[in-house]
Design a protein around this ligand. Structure first.
Ligand code: ADP
Ligand code: GN1
Ligand code: MG
Length: 360
């Protein structure tokens, strides 16, 4: 079905001007659509959910409905319009629409005058740290038992390694020979990769409601002032560990390169950026966190980078079914870039720990 017709299902009126495909995400297809209403342009976000990744998309919609209402109720009136995602609804009052081919669609109001970034300076990163920390605080009293577990074992690195091991043994696409070095390295760092799950299992770390996909481009900033507006991309909000959110944000935004930089001599952990993010994040959450949570933030950065290296390589070995690709070896390039970042983080671990201590 045409995108303009999908828009009509969500009750969008006016003259359809057109759509732009927004390319920052690796999973869903996101369009900004524009309508002319008597000379005024009204914009919306329309997304096609990736149902290979999200097997029960209705569950995501229920989770996000609950979480966004919870956040909206806490925001002052002046911040509600731009501080949280708001769904579009169909005539039947549903927050999604399934087309004739089974395509699963949803819509959001476009948060006006907003922008997302893929690269960050220290000022933006401090603000990003505060925004993700604040998000955690806003959901601290959310009933976690009401949330569906959207992707079971999403950050369970022990389960991720088990699946990875099976795929390597099976080698269905005959790709393992070409990536032996990467596979060996990832098995070597397995004990670090599994550290947080072990602590969770032994009761040393508490589960919280976490975002679980804290890439910097999941924060909307004001286009003029760079003030943070809203944390978006709420598909993976589920019970998780604080260190996952901290760690994934560092993995993505404190890298001196993009997460898929082919020239890995450009990839490293930028300590100034790490410090800026830590200052923002730790400043927000330190009073409500346990000692173990604060002590494991740096491990979180390592664990999340190891997890992503495993996931990208797993997908490569498995015939590239999960992540969107821009070119055939994209997942392998992503893997190598994450491995370069892990190696650099291992060298800087002590310094990173001292930076965290400074802000506790
Ligand atoms: P993905 O899961 O594919 O990453 P996102 O939900 O993060 O999808 O959306 C992709 C991009 O679309 C975001 O990085 C942001 O630039 C833009 N976007 C998403 N929702 C909104 C919104 N409500 N208002 C403005 N921009 C948005
Ligand atoms: C995916 O949708 P996006 O691009 O924000 C992935 C994350 C990865 C990320 C790596 C549901 O996030 O887990 O960290 O790519 N989301 C899902 O870029 O798997
Ligand atoms: Mg996103």
């Amino acid at each position: 079905m045409e995108l303009s017709q999908i828009c009509r299902k969500f009750g969008l009126n006016g003259k359809y001007i057109g759509a732009t495909l927004l390319k920052s995400g690796n999973i869903n297809k996101t369009y900004k659509v524009d309508f002319d209403n008597n000379g005024r342009t009204d914009s919306y976000i329309i997304q096609k959910i990736n149902t290979y990744v999200f097997k029960k998309p209705e569950h995501i919609m229920a989770n996000i409905e609950g979480v966004t209402r919870h956040i909206a109720a806490k925001l002052p009136d002046c911040k509600r319009e731009r501080g949280v995602l708001s769904f579009l609804y169909t005539e039947e009052n549903k927050n999604y629409y399934v087309d004739e081919e089974g395509g699963f669609w949803r819509g959001y109001g476009f948060i006006p005058n907003s922008i997302t970034y893929d690269a960050f300076d220290t000022g933006l990163l401090r603000a990003a740290g505060e925004a993700f920390g604040e998000f955690q605080l806003l959901l601290a009293d959310y009933d976690a038992s009401s949330l569906y577990e959207i992707i079971p074992d999403f950050h369970n690195t022990k389960a991720r390694y088990r699946v990875f091991e099976e795929k390597v043994l099976k080698d269905e696409y005959n790709r393992v020979d070409g990536v032996r070095e990467e596979v060996d390295f990832l098995f070597k760092v397995r004990p670090i990769g599994e550290a947080l799950v072990n602590m969770l299992e032994s009761g040393e770390l508490p589960l919280r409601v976490t975002h679980n996909d804290t890439k910097g481009n999941n924060i909307l900033f004001d286009i003029d002032t760079n003030e943070t507006l809203a944390v978006i991309d709420l598909d993976t909000v589920m019970p998780g560990l604080m260190a996952y959110d901290f760690g994934d944000a560092v993995r993505f935004a404190a890298n001196t390169s993009a997460e898929d930089e082919p020239d890995i001599s450009k990839t490293s952990l930028d300590l100034e950026k790490f410090e800026a993010f830590s200052e923002g994040y730790v400043g927000k959450i330190k009073n409500t966190s346990t000692g173990n949570e604060l002590k494991t933030l740096v491990t979180g950065a390592l664990v999340m980078t190891i997890e992503l290296a495993v996931r990208f390589l797993d997908d490569y070995i498995d015939g590239d079914k999960y992540f969107k690709l821009n070119y055939p070896e994209h997942n392998l390039v992503r893997t190598r870039c994450q491995i370069a970042l892990i190696k650099d983080m291992l060298k800087k671990r002590g310094v990173m720990d001292r930076i965290i201590e400074k802000y506790i």
